[in-house]
Design a protein. Structure first.
Length: 579
């Protein structure tokens, strides 16, 4: 019995052990199955999520990444890709009055001592303004666009309240170059005045701000124009200056300058009169520069057919006014002599024969009766002469005075576009600050016959070769142009002591490429100008210096063996001096 019992017990134990093993095996298999199912579930979940991301959320994520890599504001360049305005990260100098707690004194030293120390680092800062800000107890910017080495010097002062937040700033690598074209961006990131204002939507658009905006400007020509205008302004003690270089065939503005100018990198100081653009926004009576326009209109209309015809030079008494010349040129002058010596009397007689309606129509065709056509936001409205009837026809005296640039006030930009039409074959085109594809040059509108334009090119070249524009001549560049010296109007009439001196030119006159305008506001007679205030002595020399500097840069190589053929006009020219 005992053996049987023992055998039964052993058998029973073996059965139980087998059962435990079976259960363990089943448990293990279940666990493996659960893990496998879980893994499959996770894999399927991941695949579904990836599919969802790929189908529905991939594009926004990519855009977000692209936007993160883009500059906060698009770049502006000149026509050759030279950066004129760009965004970059920089340090600012911030005064934090709570740096040491709500009640603690934020400064280790006195505000005056800190301000003096900051003046050693930033000499152009305003000491009184710094002291006032440091005493105010309010957080404020003490300086924008702080260089790393400047930040290190400020840090060395040991003032915890002077902090350096890193921010994105608008930077103008060329300084004040073309400031009146570009405008500026304020501390809140908003564009003002120039192309920064005009282009704001495009510069901020994520879809476009990665591509620089290419302007028509050539920074090299811009620098030369600004440099020579400043020199002329200083030599003549003028209160201001303006200039433009314009492509006569495309209307592209190659350079545009208004002086005095401002530094757009200091937007905190930009709210002043210096942001005013004299080229596009200020209207002037531009005087004798209008005479070639009048003569062109008369030639075009068949009123002037024989340039040898002489006109008396006695003063004209019309409607209680007297039209006279600056010098005595003898008993008579023909048209070429009238232009060379700048005769108001002869030009007025030609305009009288032409008649007010035709002269008015020509001025309107040149858009002299409306704001200049350009992308800038500030564009001056001309002072257009009132008509004597409902049709707007000019009176006889108005026709005569407008013919030599009095009684009508326009911007220098108006004049540049008009001169382009005078010399390019007779086609007026709007000015533009965007680079133009040569295959898509605007058709423009015809104002003068091609034959008239050819004749005017001869006459303009003759004015520089033999007349009042001699100081604008640049060897090998065949410059042609016209002086204009107009008294500025004031209370009770014109102010004889205040002139606007202008020289309107183009080169090379055998095949014109560019118009160049130089204008000085209230120049004075100085030793540098031989005591003279007129354009022949101050504005013309500016053009004479600008052209040789920009010509080779713009593809116009000087050639002393070529010139405009004026052999048929030379016998008509006598001697004399004008303005």
């Amino acid at each position: 019995m005992n053996q049987l019992t023992a055998s039964a017990a052993i058998a029973t134990g073996r059965v139980q052990l087998a059962s435990v093993r079976q259960r363990s095996l089943v448990t293990a298999k279940v666990r493996v199955l659960v893990v496998a199912v879980g893994f499959v579930f996770l894999t399927l979940t991941a695949l579904v999520r990836l599919t969802q991301l790929g189908l529905f959320e991939q594009a926004p994520d990519r855009r977000s990444l692209a936007e993160a890599l883009l500059p906060p504001r698009g770049e502006i360049t000149d026509r050759n890709g030279v950066p004129l305005a760009r965004a970059f990260p920089s340090y600012s100098l911030w005064f934090n009055p709570k740096a040491l707690g709500e009640k603690g004194n934020p400064l280790v030293k006195t505000p005056e001592e800190v301000a003096r120390a900051l003046m050693q680092i930033f000499p152009d800062a305003d000491y009184k303004d710094l002291v006032a800000r440091l005493k105010s107890g309010k957080g404020s910017y003490l300086r924008k666009r702080v260089l790393p080495e400047e930040a290190n010097r400020v840090f060395a002062l040991g003032e915890p309240a002077l902090e350096f937040p890193r921010e994105n700033q608008r930077y103008y690598p060329q300084g004040s170059l073309a400031a009146n074209v570009l405008g500026y961006v304020d501390e809140e990131g908003k564009g003002h005045v120039g192309m920064e204002q005009v282009l704001e939507p495009r510069l901020l658009d994520p879809a476009q701000r990665g591509t620089p905006v290419e302007l028509s400007l050539d920074s090299r020509a811009q620098g030369a124009l600004e440099d020579e205008l400043l020199r002329g302004m200083q030599e003549s003690n003028a209160k201001g200056a303006a200039g433009i270089v314009l492509d006569v065939d495309s209307g592209e503005v190659i350079a545009l300058a208004s002086l005095p100018s401002f530094n757009p990198n200091r937007s905190d100081r930009a709210f002043n009169d210096l942001v005013f653009n004299r080229v596009s926004n200020q209207v002037y009576e531009l005087g004798s520069t209008f005479k070639p326009i009048t003569i062109a209109a008369a030639i075009d209309a068949g009123v002037v057919t024989d340039l040898s015809v002489r006109y008396p030079t006695a003063p004209l008494h019309i409607a209680g006014r007297t039209i006279h010349d600056s010098h005595n040129f003898g008993a008579s002058l023909n048209v070429p002599e009238a232009l060379i010596h700048s005769s108001n009397i002869v030009t007025a007689q030609v305009a009288d024969k032409l008649g007010g309606p035709l002269l008015r129509q020509t001025m309107m065709a040149l858009h002299m009766n409306q704001r200049p056509t350009i992308e800038l936001p500030a564009r001056g409205f001309p002072l257009w002469p009132h008509g004597e009837n409902k049709a707007g026809d000019w009176s006889r005296i108005t026709t005569m005075t407008v013919s030599y640039g009095h009684g009508i006030a326009v911007t220098p930009l108006h004049l540049a576009c008009a001169y382009a039409a005078l010399v390019n074959g007779g086609i007026w085109r709007p000015a533009t600050l965007f680079k133009v594809d040569p295959a898509h040059i605007p058709a423009g509108t015809r104002v003068f016959k091609a034959s008239t334009s050819a004749r005017i090119r001869q006459l303009l070249r003759m004015i520089v070769a033999d007349g009042t524009g001699r100081k604008a001549d640049a060897s090998g560049f065949r410059v042609g142009g016209k002086t204009g010296s107009a008294e500025k109007p004031g209370n009770g009439g014109y102010r004889k002591t205040s002139l606007v001196a202008t020289f309107a030119a183009a080169f090379p006159m055998d095949k014109p490429r560019y118009v160049v305008i130089a204008m000085l506001d209230e120049p004075q007679g100085t030793a540098a100008t031989s005591g003279q205030r007129t354009a022949a002595w101050n504005a013309a020399p500016i053009v004479g210096r600008v052209v040789p500097r920009i010509g080779p840069l713009l593809g116009v190589v000087p050639d002393g063996s070529r010139d405009v053929d004026i052999s048929d006009l030379s016998p008509l020219i006598g001697n004399g001096e004008g303005e």
